[in-house]
Design a protein around this ligand. Structure first.
Ligand code: ZN
Length: 88
């Protein structure tokens, strides 16, 4: 990529709205730790009053954390190398 011009984050709104509207249960993710590629529905989910932790079904590493506090949702996906799902 040679063009160094860029847009602000608002330009990503359309595509990212598809990410957050997708059916995550059919999404396929790659564990950043062990490289396993599986549908998210196969992961192990632990829920408590603060939110949830999603762990890889193969190695047990954390692949995602979601927590809600003060009316805001915080999502940490650093345990996923990538996440893929169908879009319309
Ligand atoms: Zn793993």
């Amino acid at each position: 990529m040679t063009d160094l011009s860029y847009l602000d984050g608002n330009a990503a709104a359309g595509l990212l709205s598809e990410v957050f509207a997708a059916d995550i249960t059919t999404a396929i993710g790659r564990c950043a730790n062990c490289g396993d590629e599986a549908v998210v529905a196969r992961a192990r989910v632990y829920v408590d009053e603060h939110g949830l932790v999603v762990r890889c079904s193969v190695c047990g590493d954390v692949i995602a954390v979601a927590a809600e506090r003060a009316g805001r949702l915080c999502l940490d996906l650093r345990g996923l190398a990538w996440l893929e799902f169908p879009v319309e």
